[in-house]
Design a binder for this molecule. Structure first.
Ligand code: ADE
Length: 224
């Protein structure tokens, strides 16, 4: 999968793209992530990427021209373009699964109060929010989308099975609790059934524990 990121803070991406799963997938060539500095696509002496809001009000708006130019520099081919915005469609695992099947994504991180609406209109971008809260910019949301999507790309996670059972999987439940050694820690014991070796009993316990966790933390998911 190829992913192009458009941002005015490219260095935010340095470490996250080097470490862990993302870093490994990039090294292995499973993922081709290219980070572009929108400021490199300005043509004025001040390399201006933002301007005042028409209609007034505080805060600056990102100008359309450098973003259009950056996008057009990527070359031809079918791309799915997402703009990170708290005013966007909320990201969930269903959208993540859909995006993981795309061969080429372009993710735009906005700053300031927002991005000129003509980016959405003129480039056919979809606005995506990572949740109902406001961050100062779209860089962290881009990384959230990137990590959530790329871990579903075949070859990024070793065993396909490892995300089959994730929260928001086929059964619509949150993941069950997990335990590792020691069997007893500060007076808290791992449930006996998990030490029993009885696979059917373990499966039953996990299912019940997942329902219980979902009831406690996300009762809205059970109502669906
Ligand atoms: N930019 C600022 N806040 C955001 C959010 N919640 N989701 C996506 N982009 C954002």
């Amino acid at each position: 999968m190829r992913v192009d990121v458009l941002t005015i803070f490219p260095s935010i991406f340095d470490s996250p793209l080097r470490e862990s799963l993302l870093g490994k997938a990039i090294d292995a060539g499973t993922l081709d992530v290219r980070v572009h500095d929108v400021r490199d696509h300005t043509t004025d002496r001040h390399r201006q990427v933002d301007d005042e809001s028409y209609g007034g009000g505080p805060g600056m708006v990102m100008k359309p021209e450098p973003i259009f130019r950056a996008f057009e520099s990527l070359g031809d081919g079918p791309k799915r373009l997402l703009v990170m915005s708290p005013a966007g469609r909320r990201l969930d695992q269903e959208l993540v699964r859909e995006l993981s099947k795309e061969p080429w994504l372009v993710l735009i991180a906005g700053r300031y109060e927002g991005i000129d609406e003509r980016v959405v209109e003129g480039l056919g971008a979809e606005e995506v929010s990572i949740g109902d809260y406001v961050l100062s910019g779209g860089e962290l949301p881009v990384l959230v989308v990137l990590e959530a999507v790329t871990r579903l790309v075949p070859g990024v996670i070793g065993r396909e099975e490892s995300h089959e059972r994730d929260s928001f999987g086929a059964d619509g439940l949150l993941d069950h609790p997990h335990y590792t050694r020691p069997a007893e820690f500060r007076g808290m014991r791992v449930p006996d059934v998990l030490l029993s070796g009885d696979h059917a009993a373990v499966e039953r316990w996990r299912r019940e524990a997942a329902v219980e966790k979902t009831r406690r933390n996300r009762p809205d998911l059970l109502e669906r």
